[in-house]
Ligand binder design. Structure first.
Ligand SMILES: Nc1ncnc2c1ncn2[C@@H]1O[C@H](COP(=O)(O)OP(=O)(O)OP(=O)(O)O)[C@@H](O)[C@H]1O
Length: 361
């Protein structure tokens, strides 16, 4: 028999979005978004400004109604349910704490709204404040705390009523870089501890890659790819994703008889190609592109010369210009002080076949 719980049924936090569509006037903000999120998963919606991330999150939260499509929570259609009846935790960039309430009062607010018994409020409050390391600051007011501490209060307030899903809209956007990094680790740890489904909106690719089980990359209202962070970076399936996440060299190519050639006719190292002949773009990350000095006549790769060398601390960035005018970037970690290439050196740019991704439109 299932253990007795509070009034509502226990929810496990699985979310399914099915063909969600939202327009503002004639502008399409979200177009045909479908996504299945497992209970306990940490998923990021990543994309540039205006790509539809917040609108998607707001439709899950119930603050926006889709024009068509469905939002399911644990298999139940909640598309038309008002936000306050969805019982999902929501955290915004600007904390939205009540300035005249202490930390404890802010965090306890959702429980008081639900008319929870005072003793239960106290025990829940103590537990959640400990979890976000705010136990010692319970009687402070928001203006007496740093931005990072205020954001922790907002997280505690969203978690205190034990929602199955936490929706976070750029929660670290207002903080400086060091604090962002610190808090993203804290949120990740908290995610492991509480095991809630977390849906995290960000335009910061490092944040999305570092925190998520999966990343959904959005562009112009559509999801372009949903994959584990490693696959988003190593195996982009879409030109927008390849260019948006990390740095990449994009080399226009032609495929003939399964072989890839640059437009200047050079043979390009690439994984075995089994698709149709035609045009393609070969993607190779700067850290995978190697420059070999003076090997004119090499059987694979692109010939050219070194156009710029930039020392960036942990690495050196080499700008290479091919004989046909292509500009490519190679990044080499500075493991020794030795620099093997000089400006103007003739060299061949090449890479391991499996480090390249071939994309066709
Ligand atoms: N209330 C609104 N009225 C009119 N247009 C809107 C409204 N909300 C969003 N939009 C438009 O819908 C599109 C998607 O906006 P959305 O806020 O979802 O993008 P986003 O990816 O979250 O961007 P950002 O990172 O800048 O917040 C944008 O073109 C935006 O201008």
């Amino acid at each position: 028999m299932r253990a007795a719980t509070s009034s509502s049924e226990v929810k496990s936090g699985g979310i399914a979005l099915s063909n969600l569509q939202k327009r503002y006037g004639s502008a399409v903000a979200v177009s045909d978004v479908s996504l299945s999120i497992s209970p306990g998963e940490f998923i990021s919606l990543l994309g540039p400004s205006g790509s539809g991330k917040t609108t998607t999150l707001m439709m899950i939260a119930g603050f926006e109604m889709p024009d068509s499509g469905q939002v399911l929570l644990d298999g139940n259609d909640i598309t038309r349910l008002p936000a306050h009846r969805r019982e999902l935790g929501v955290i915004f960039q600007n904390y939205a704490l009540f300035p005249h309430m202490t930390v404890a009062e802010n965090v306890a607010y959702p429980l008081r709204m639900r008319r929870m018994a005072k003793s239960d409020v106290e025990s829940r409050l103590r537990r959640i404040l400990d979890q976000v390391h705010l136990g010692a600051l319970a009687s402070r007011y928001p203006h007496q705390m740093s931005g990072g501490q205020q954001q922790r209060v907002a997280i505690a307030r969203a978690l205190v009523f034990d929602p199955p899903v936490l929706l976070l809209d750029e929660p670290l956007g207002a903080l400086d870089k060091k604090l962002r990094q610190h808090l993203r680790n804290e949120i990740k740890t908290l995610h492991k501890e509480v095991g809630k489904t977390m849906i995290y909106v960000t335009h910061d690719q490092d944040e999305a890659l570092a925190m998520s089980d999966r990343v959904a990359v959005m562009h112009e209202g559509r999801i372009r790819q949903v994959s584990a962070p490693q696959d988003i970076y190593r195996k982009p399936t879409d030109l927008f994703v390849a260019g948006f996440v990390g740095e990449v060299n994009l080399i226009p190519a032609k495929i003939a008889s399964g072989k890839l050639r640059s437009l200047a006719g050079e043979t390009l190292p690439a994984p075995q190609w089994r698709g149709a002949d035609g045009s393609a773009t070969l993607c190779v990350r700067p850290e995978h592109l190697h420059l070999f000095k003076g090997v004119a006549g090499a059987s694979e790769g692109i010939q050219g010369c070194l156009a710029a060398v930039t020392f960036v601390g942990d690495a050196t960035v080499y700008e290479f210009r091919s004989q046909s005018g292509l500009q490519l970037t190679s990044k080499v970690l500075n493991v020794s002080a030795e620099q093997k290439l000089d400006l103007g050196d003739l060299c061949v740019a090449s890479w391991a076949p499996n480090d390249a991704t071939v994309l066709t439109e």
